[in-house]
Design a protein around this ligand. Structure first.
Ligand code: NAD
Ligand code: ZN
Ligand code: ZN
Length: 347
């Protein structure tokens, strides 16, 4: 079968021919119907040899941690899914038995690192192939009638902002305000989730005018360039300097500083982007009861909730579709920042 693999640190991913994998006992094989390309893949492929070694992901590795497919073959003992089922992949795999996993929050598995459990596409072979192996059927969620190509990105670009926003919902009451920094794959879905679940006024910030136009199209009340003038533009729009919550899908020093500048009493500053930056904390540096959180992906039940938002038409992903042969170009476009929404690979 064909697969898009990261083969050598620092080199672009390549389409290769590999043996079609067989499901072992308890595993499930999917015929992949769609796979999404995430900026986290670009982050991993941008690491130096030394940095990459810290992650310890073996190479070659088939990319893709957003996946959807049709159950194609069952490993010995699997009874909870059937051949032909349309499914989405719950990607943050855990041990299944620790306290966090018991709550369906395998994204926060307490033993994943110790047991060497990693998500598909971020440690072992992922969804950017004709077939993929799922370690356990509990990592599959029914897709039903949802179009896999239009909805595969909800497994991460939907689930991650959903989880991030859900934790701040009690604060996002009538009259509240939410800032979304970075309105790409995750950010443009975050805006829709905010609009669907809260009465908050939503402000989008990005460095790219086309992304700002998309942000307005999907429901942002205001959209401004993310630069030194952004705080003044926000103050003018809202009549106040601070906001209720900041969801940062970039998380580099300028956006972390911007989030800090927009923080007032009880503001949630939510760092979703994978970057390295410093933030001031403490009684003398941060307003009372303001928080900084770094959420990671989401719970299995939350994936079901996000898919339900799509079923009711409240959330949709803007997608640009690529074949497996074109997948390297999808990552080029992601890197250049010229995608509208999410790149989805259809094998
Ligand atoms: P993306 O490339 O689709 O979107 C990023 C957006 O940020 C683009 O629209 C870009 O123009 C914009 N941007 C760049 N610099 C900016 C700045 N200084 N100010 C404002 N906007 C700026 O990426 P994505 O796939 O949506 O991923 C977003 C981030 O979230 C990445 O860092 C990714 O690694 C991370 N991520 C985290 C999790 C998690 O669980 N925490 C999950 C998935 C992705
Ligand atoms: Zn991702
Ligand atoms: Zn666990």
């Amino acid at each position: 079968m064909k697969a898009l693999q990261y083969v050598e640190v620092g080199k672009p991913p390549v389409v290769v021919e590999v043996p079609t994998p067989e499901p072992g006992p308890g595993q499930v094989r999917l015929k992949v119907t769609a796979a999404g390309a995430c900026h986290s893949d670009s982050f991993v492929m941008g690491l130096s040899e030394q940095e990459y070694a810290q992650f310890g992901y073996p190479l070659p590795m088939t990319l893709g941690h957003e996946g959807a497919g049709i159950v194609d073959k069952l490993g010995e003992g699997v009874t909870s899914v059937a051949v032909g089922d349309a499914v989405a992949v719950y990607g943050p795999w855990g041990c299944g038995t620790c306290y966090q996993c018991a709550q369906g929050k395998e994204n926060y598995c307490e033993r994943a690192a110790e047991l060497g459990i990693t998500p598909p596409g971020l440690g072992h072979d992922g969804s950017m192939a004709e077939y993929m192996i799922i370690d356990d059927p509990r990592h599959l969620v029914p897709l039903g009638d949802l179009d896999p190509v239009a909805n595969v990105a909800l497994t991460d670009a939907g689930l991650t902002p959903y989880h991030a926003i859900k934790m701040s919902l009690p604060k996002l009451v009538a009259g509240s305000t939410a800032v979304v920094i970075g309105t790409g794959g995750l950010g443009h879905v975050a805006i829709q989730i905010l609009r669907a679940l809260t009465p908050a006024t939503v402000i989008a910030l990005d460095v790219n005018d086309e992304k700002l136009a998309l942000a307005k199209e999907v429901g942002a009340h205001h959209a401004f360039l993310s630069n030194a003038e952004a705080p003044a533009a926000i103050e003018k729009a809202l009549g106040r300097k601070t906001v209720t919550a900041v969801f940062d899908f970039v998380s580099i020093q300028p956006t972390i500083d911007l989030g800090g500048a927009l923080s007032g009493v009880e503001t949630d500053q939510v760092i979703v982007g994978v970057g390295a930056a410093k933030a001031d904390v403490g009684m003398l540096a941060k307003p009372y009861d303001s928080t900084i959180r770094s959420p990671y992906w989401g719970a299995r039940a939350e994936l079901m909730e996000v898919l339900n938002l799509a079923r009711t038409g409240l959330v949709h992903v803007e997608t640009e579709v690529f074949s497996l042969d074109e997948a390297p170009q999808a990552y080029d476009r992601l890197h250049e920042g010229t995608l509208r929404g999410r790149a989805v690979i259809v094998p």
